[in-house]
Ligand binder design. Structure first.
Ligand code: SF4
Length: 344
């Protein structure tokens, strides 16, 4: 989702060594009776990336790869187990509770617009809630004008920015289609004038015919407002449409990260190649394809060494015992022994 006019090539978000471990142990008494140890899932493990202002980084991978956990860590819904998140030069992980001003500057759009909007509230109240919560209708902004009239005008403007009518403020969420509901969710996210939007599969619950409408609205808003996006998706075709850079995740780790053009034209990691081969070939190129093989292993018992080795056609003995590190290969960073050794 490039907005070249607004790109300053200065990172807005810097993530260093981010990790999140969940304790999924049985209750103490069950563990004692069944003689079971405590169990932990390393949902995110040593993830690092930066996002330049006004650009979109997409994180892709199959279900259970940890991309949604990264999204929730960034907006503060989860506390990281390790690592740092620097937002606008400020370490967001160094404080117990994020300051209100920082929370205002980053917002999240959730996957399911049917679940993320309160069905008992009118659209006016849904969109106005963040304005009220962050005091954006209070003194200094009203300058004597009637506060509710200003709120009405702001809600109408926000709905207009996502292609809805001001009169839609009087309706309830059930009166809208899925695509329109997601537009309402975007309008609500924009209410606090954020710089950074975390979008967790924002179109995957929508019909294909309306996905493009929502994606195009998001692109237009980025161009107009200089927004920075973290875009989470399992759909590489969508990612190709919206992103500037792409990170591929597998079992909690980033296994490849590169500019969009480089990743799609010359993927390095075998997992990235497998995902790309799963995109329908509408150009009928006749290129040989390797269908997606196997399934993501149980994260409670991840494979040794490279966690992708049970599914990888290039795995060897080193892959089974040694975990590959993310290394640079030109402008691409990839974690793969075969790439490092020049075998692929
Ligand atoms: Fe395959 Fe080995 Fe590379 Fe892992 S490190 S992706 S198993 S070649």
């Amino acid at each position: 989702m490039s907005a070249l006019a607004s790109v300053s090539f200065e990172p807005l978000v810097e993530v260093e060594g981010l990790a999140k471990t969940f304790d999924v142990s049985l209750p103490w008494l069950n563990r004692v009776v069944d003689r079971k140890p405590r169990q932990f899932v390393h949902a995110v493990d040593d993830v690092s990336f930066t996002i330049q202002r006004g650009t979109t980084l997409a994180l892709v991978g199959e279900s259970g790869c940890g991309k949604s956990t990264v999204a929730r860590l960034l907006v503060g819904l989860y506390a990281p187990t390790r690592g740092r998140i620097v937002f606008g030069g400020v370490d967001a992980t160094a404080v117990d509770a994020r300051p209100r001003v920082m929370r205002r500057r980053m917002q999240m759009i959730f996957q399911d617009p049917y679940a993320s909007l309160n069905p008992r509230w009118k659209v006016r109240d849904i969109v106005a809630e963040p304005l009220r919560e962050h005091g954006l209708t209070e003194q200094g902004r009203t300058s004597g004008a009637d506060r509710e009239a200003l709120l009405e005008a702001q809600v109408g403007e926000l709905l207009g920015s996502v292609g809805l009518a001001a009169a839609d403020a009087d309706k309830f969420p059930h009166q809208f289609s899925g695509g329109q509901r997601q537009r309402i969710a975007i309008a609500r996210a924009l209410a606090t004038e954020p710089e950074f939007l975390v979008c967790d599969e924002p179109t995957s619950a929508l019909d294909v015919s309306v996905q493009a409408q929502v994606l195009n609205i998001m692109k237009d808003l980025q161009t107009k407002q200089g927004l920075t996006y973290l875009f989470i998706s399992h759909n590489l075709a969508v990612v190709r449409h919206v992103s500037d850079r792409v990170g591929v995740m597998y079992l909690g780790r980033v296994v490849e990260i590169a500019d969009k053009a480089a990743l799609f034209s010359r993927p390095h990691h075998p997992y990235t190649r497998m995902l790309l081969d799963a995109i329908p070939d509408i150009h009928m190129s006749g290129r040989a394809r390797t269908p997606v093989q196997g399934e993501v292993p149980n994260p409670l018992h991840p494979p040794s060494g490279c966690t992708f080795h049970p599914r990888c056609p290039h795995a060897n003995e080193r892959c089974r015992v040694e975990r590959p590190q993310l290394l640079s290969f030109g402008s691409t960073r990839a974690a793969c022994h075969a790439v490092e050794e020049g075998r692929i």
